[in-house]
Ligand binder design. Structure first.
Ligand code: AKG
Length: 200
């Protein structure tokens, strides 16, 4: 792994974002992607957007500590028990980032026609201002960030296979992020976003 790059750092507003290329070595990233594509029970989502349930091309599933569930955009995801393949990564992240990661949302983008719109990971089930760590596997896709009030992206970074983005501090309260559609991309991508849940 190379030293993480600091892509955003705003001490006044209390947020930061780092990107570590090769956080997972290529062979390990290949094996994990193959395992997820073969075994993870991805389901296409129908989030409620402007009051209507809309089925999107992206699919997702979640793993986590026993009894955990996660509510977002009118959906409820029950966490499946941690498989060994993800437990190891969770433990490594807990140690490296000193944060109690207890849940991972897995997003499957079958190709570049699937994307994820502007949003923040700020649901009430999440611990306030805890880091969110996103591991990218498969096709390289862009990750864009803008202020919550709108306007153009203030940053956009390509996320290669095996890279890890960490959003920390007030990031989710101040900023929105998205994965734009990329029509030319024909390869699948899976992202794993590890989250810390609110106590109680
Ligand atoms: O796919 C990604 O890298 C981002 C995923 C994400 O923003 C989310 O799960 O909330």
């Amino acid at each position: 792994m190379t030293q993480p790059l600091v892509l955003l750092d705003d001490p006044a507003r209390g947020y930061a974002m780092t990107l570590a290329h090769g956080w997972l070595a290529p062979e390990a990233a290949d094996a994990l992607l193959a395992w997820l594509l073969a075994h993870a029970p991805f389901e296409r989502e129908s989030p409620v957007i402007f009051g209507r349930a809309v089925t999107v091309r992206r699919a997702s599933c979640a793993y986590g500590d026993e009894g955990l569930r996660y509510r977002y955009s009118g959906l409820r995801r029950e966490a499946l028990r941690w498989p060994t393949e993800l437990e190891r990564l969770r433990d490594r992240l807990r140690e490296e980032l000193n944060a109690p990661f207890g849940f991972v949302l897995c997003n499957h983008y079958p190709d570049g026609d699937a994307g994820l719109g502007w949003h923040a990971d700020d649901e009430p089930d999440l611990a306030r201002d805890a880091p969110v760590a996103a591991l990218s596997l498969g096709a390289e896709r862009d990750f864009a960030v803008r202020l919550r009030e709108g306007g153009p992206a203030i940053h956009s970074a390509p996320l290669p296979h095996g890279s890890l983005v960490v959003m920390s501090g007030s990031f989710q309260r101040v900023l929105h992020h998205r994965v734009p559609v990329r029509r030319r991309c024909r390869e699948p991508r899976v992202s794993l976003t590890f989250r810390c849940m609110r106590e109680g």
